[in-house]
Each structure stands twice: as C-alpha cells, then as structure tokens.
Design a protein around this ligand. Structure first.
Ligand SMILES: Cc1cc2nc3c(=O)[nH]c(=O)nc-3n(C[C@H](O)[C@H](O)[C@H](O)COP(=O)(O)OP(=O)(O)OC[C@H]3O[C@@H](n4cnc5c(N)ncnc54)[C@H](O)[C@@H]3O)c2cc1C
Length: 517
C-alpha cells in the first residue's frame, strides 16, 4: 500500500499560498485535521521570502491593504494566526508616480487626501477627479457583494446579482479604460488614474474596473501596510494553527492527480506516487491549473472546464532583486513605492524583451518598510524592480530544464538585467551607486517556483468575464473538490485570503459566523 493511503484526512489542501494557508487554518480552527501539500521547498507560496548574501526579499508582497486594526480582513488574520502578527503602516504617501518628464506625483491615503493630490496636479479637472474617487468607492462596495456570491448556492447568488445588477453592469462589466473614458478625455489624468494597474495585473483596456477599484482602493480605504518581519511571517503564524489541530504542512510534495471514485474526488496522488485520501480536496494552485493538470482525463463537467479554460491568464514579470549597502534614504530610497512610466504610456508591457525598454516598471524598498529589519554595520537594504512582460518573451526555453537553457538564454537574461539596471541608474543615480548585489528572475522561475501557468503569477486576468463568471465558486460542480486562493475572488494577498475563507466557509458554514464577528 502506498504511504498515506491508511490515513484519511478531514481535508487536503494543494498549494500553500495565502489562500491555501487561510483555508487550512480556518478549517483547523473548526477542529478539522488538514493536510497542506506544497510543491516548492518553502511553504507560503507567494508570501515566502528568500535570502542571498545577507539580503532578504519577499517574492510577492510590497504592500498590503485592509489590515488596519478595524478591517475585517485584519480580524480574520488575527483569528487565523497562532500568535499575533504585526503590521507596520507605510505612512500617508504609499505610491509615487513618475510619468514621462512630469515631476513625481505622490499619492496618499485616504480617499480625500488622494483627491487633493490629484487636484493639486490637475487643477482644472476637479469634477473628473471627484467622479473618479466616487467611482472607486462605489465599485469597491459592489465587488465585496460580488465576492460573497463565491460561497453561496446558485439561487442565492442569482438573487444577489439580480438585486445589484445596475451597479454590477456599471462597475464590474466595464473595463477600467471604459470607466476612465466616461470620466475624462485628459490623457495625463487618465494615465495617473490607471498607473497602478500592476497591483492586480489587469491592463486598463482588459481589466474589470471593479477589480481595479477593489485592489487599488484598499490602500485608500485604510492605508498601505507591511507585515513586520516580511511575507514569510504569514506561514510562520498560520502553519502552527494547522498543526495544533492535528494537521500537517509538507513542503516539496508535488500533487500530480486527483483520485476519483464514483464521480467523486476522494484524494490525490503525488508525483512520487503516494496516495492521500480525503473526501474534501481544496485546490489553491489556480482554477486553470486545477482543471488542466489535476483532473483525470475526461473527468468533470465539460461546460465548467471550458468556461475556466476560456478565461485568459494575467501578465508575467521580470524581477530584479537589488541589494544595497550604505545610506539608502540619503540616496533617495523611500517607503513609498515608485511606478515609473518613462514615456507616459501606461497600458503596455515589455512583450518584446530584450528589445527596446520596459514601458513601465515598479520599484520598492521593502526593508525600509520593516521596523524589524536590522541593516547591520554595512547598512544593508533590499529593493526590487519589476517589469511586466508576457510568457512569449521566454516561451522558447520553456521545455528545457533550468541549467540546460544554454548560452542564448544566458545572453537574454543578461540583456534584460542590463536594461533594467540602466533604467534604475537613470532614475535613481545615487542609489545605483550603492548596489552591491543584483539578480534577475524571469517568468520561467515564476512558473517553476509557483506552478503558475506560463509564470502568470496573478492567475486569471481580472477581466469583466472573470468577475462575472459563475465557474469560480469555491465549491466546484465536482463532488469533493473546492477552489481557494486568488482566482476565487481577486488577486493580491487580501483577495487570496478571501478565497481561502470563502472556501473554508463553503465546507464548514461555522466559518461564516466568524465573518460576522
Ligand atoms: C512580484 C509580485 C509582487 C506582488 N505584490 C503584491 C503586493 O504588494 N500586495 C499584494 O497584496 N499582493 C501582491 N502580489 C500578489 C500576491 O502575492 C498573490 O495574489 C497571492 O499571494 C496569491 O496567493 P494564492 O494563495 O492564490 O497563490 P500562490 O501564493 O501562488 O500559491 C499557490 C501555491 O501552489 C503551489 N503549487 C502549485 N502547483 C502545485 C502542485 N501541483 N502541488 C503542490 N503545490 C502546488 C505553488 O508552489 C504555490 O506555493 C504580488 C505578486 C508578485 C509575484
């Protein structure tokens, strides 16, 4: 008998990202014994951190919304964490825009402050700015209503959607660009409105405005925060909740297939041939990845599978991890993130890398946001530069194992890295002098480390079709199979958290009571 077959778990979660940890910890709080399996060597998914040469970086966190002390999401984290987590506010200014040759535009919270920031820069556009801020508030509200429908049965869902159909049509069924176009014809103002689209990966002409408002608006609602100790602290605080209830979390275990008997999911098989059984299997690896890689051939409702497969995936990215030594604040580093668009064009990605230059990039100095960071005598600080791209930039090496991609791939990486470093130096010359370490990661690394289809780390693109889709319920039409994580509600740590919570609540309704407080 394969190892694991003798032991049946109350639930098994595949993938230890924020959504998987949340679903597992919420079920553990209800006394379920949960097995959490992670293919990568480190638990935490995109919340994990890694170190090189005395520097440490998060792979998927620069700032968090909705973790102010009174926020609902913060209440959930407090409930799920075995010992309390701490979050540090980033201050009033959390993002700074650099649009072509215009002076930097500092964006602050809350809504009223950002309205003022924009009016100071665009004094003749008061009405449009007020309309934009009002739209963000309204769309965020309707997205919370939409989120709740991911965990309610079909009839209730239809009632909620019918009751809110005007707001849904107005904010969720239109793209960010369509909403912007209805508010202003000023291209500079439109660019300032949409510049932070990388927070959810949905380009303005593709993304549902609701998704943009949900995620970008979270910082306006209750500020931007950073987890004290970095992203890895999510796993450090949530995994003990799972193990204390008799569960386990295992890293380095890749799930290959779901086990099915009598049209019902009854467990799974790992890539090294072990079987684990449970009547409840939660997939936190992404909706598309679930139907494409875990379902046995020919199994599952065709309509559901094809609806998920028809939803497009989001962007991919290059990350340049930077290590500095010296007085980085004196040299210009801030806790505020930087969004840089050298030509002022916002709705673009670096699809033809390494040709040309990235049309836009994001820069963050995480260690400055973390009060527990000890820079030591050499004043070590970590930063990251991100440029958005497409899988097509690296697709030709996808079938080759890491280490066997040859000189052409090494040259490609070097060119991308040099271009990103040159842009960093042009924008932040004093900081560039303090760089003592740099390392590039490409979408190939993202695909290997996170398992995301084509390195598309935000999962499904946040299009209107995705927001309105009925196929992304936490409880799938397959008996015993549930979805959690960012594809259920939205991208981002808070979106993945909601995905996990709604999944757990679909399995054990007592979790709903916790939501009500
Ligand atoms: C560069 C970058 C910056 C970001 N910045 C922010 C930010 O500042 N703020 C914010 O809120 N969000 C940010 N995000 C987004 C956020 O990190 C994600 O939306 C969120 O973490 C997704 O969580 P998840 O649980 O859905 O998925 P993941 O964290 O991706 O978890 C999925 C897990 O499943 C595992 N897995 C896959 N296949 C298998 C298999 N077959 N068997 C076992 N395990 C498997 C993967 O290894 C992975 O650990 C950023 C993301 C990136 C990449």
């Amino acid at each position: 008998m394969a190892e694991g077959t003798a032991q049946a778990w109350d639930a098994i979660v595949i993938g230890s990202g924020m959504g998987g940890m949340t679903a597992a910890a919420a079920l553990a709080k209800m006394d379920h014994r949960v097995l959490l399996l992670e293919q990568y060597k480190t638990l935490g998914g995109l919340t994990h951190s890694f170190s090189r040469d005395g520097f440490s970086w998060d792979v998927g966190i620069h700032y968090l919304g909705s973790v102010a002390p009174d926020d609902r999401e913060r209440g959930m984290i407090d409930w799920l964490a075995h010992t309390p987590m701490a979050f540090e506010p980033m201050g009033a200014v959390y993002d700074t825009l650099h649009m072509a040759d215009a002076p930097p535009l500092a964006l602050s919270r809350p809504y009223e402050a950002q309205e003022r920031d924009l009016k100071d820069r665009f004094p003749d556009e008061g009405d449009a700015i007020e309309a934009w801020i009002a739209a963000l508030r309204d769309a965020r509200d309707v997205m919370y209503t939409m989120a709740s429908t991911r965990a309610v049965p079909g009839f209730a869902r239809q009632m909620i959607e019918w009751w809110n159909h005007r707001a849904i049509d107005k904010w969720c069924a239109r793209t960010t660009q369509e909403v912007v176009d209805s508010i202003t014809q000023n291209p500079d103002l439109a660019a300032a409105f949409t510049a932070q689209w990388g927070d959810h990966g949905g380009r303005p002409h593709k993304a549902s405005f609701g998704m943009h408002a949900l995620i970008c608006g979270s910082y306006l609602q209750s500020g931007a925060w950073y987890p004290v100790g970095g992203g890895k602290t999510f796993a450090e605080h949530m995994i003990p909740t799972i193990t204390e209830a008799g569960g386990e979390a295992r890293a380095g275990v890749r799930v290959d297939r779901l086990l099915v008997e009598n049209d019902k999911v009854v467990g799974l098989r790992t890539s090294d041939g072990q079987d684990f059984r449970s009547d409840i299997v939660i997939s936190n690896i992404g909706a598309r990845e679930t139907v494409q890689t875990l379902l046995p051939d020919g199994f599952g409702p065709e309509a559901w599978i094809s609806e998920i497969q028809a939803l497009p995936a989001s962007i991919a990215h290059f990350s340049l991890f930077l290590g500095f030594e010296g007085d980085v604040e004196e040299a210009g580093a801030t806790r505020s993130n930087h969004w840089v668009y050298p030509t002022g064009e916002v709705d673009a990605i670096w699809a033809d890398a390494p040709e040309g230059n990235p049309p836009g990039y994001f820069v963050s100095f995480a260690s400055l946001k973390d009060p527990s960071h000890d820079p030591g005598p050499r004043q070590k600080h970590a930063g990251e530069m991100i440029a958005w791209t497409d899988w097509s930039s690296v697709a030709r090496w996808a079938e080759l194992p890491s280490g066997a991609r040859g000189a052409e791939y090494r040259a490609f990486k070097q060119q991308v890295e040099e271009k990103m470093l040159a842009l960093f130096k042009a924008k932040f010359p004093d900081l560039a002098d303090l760089v003592v370490f740099h390392e590039l990661s490409t979408p190939l690394a993202t695909a290997a480390i996170t398992g995301h289809h084509e390195g598309r780390f935000y999962g499904l693109d946040g299009t209107p079709a995705r927001v309105l889709s009925d196929a992304l319920q936490a409880k799938t039409p397959i008996d015993g199979l549930f979805l959690s994580g960012q594809d259920v509600v939205s991208q981002g740590i808070q979106g993945a958290l909601w995905g996990g919570i709604l999944c757990a609540a679909s399995i054990d309704p007592r979790v709903f009571k916790q939501l009500r407080g």
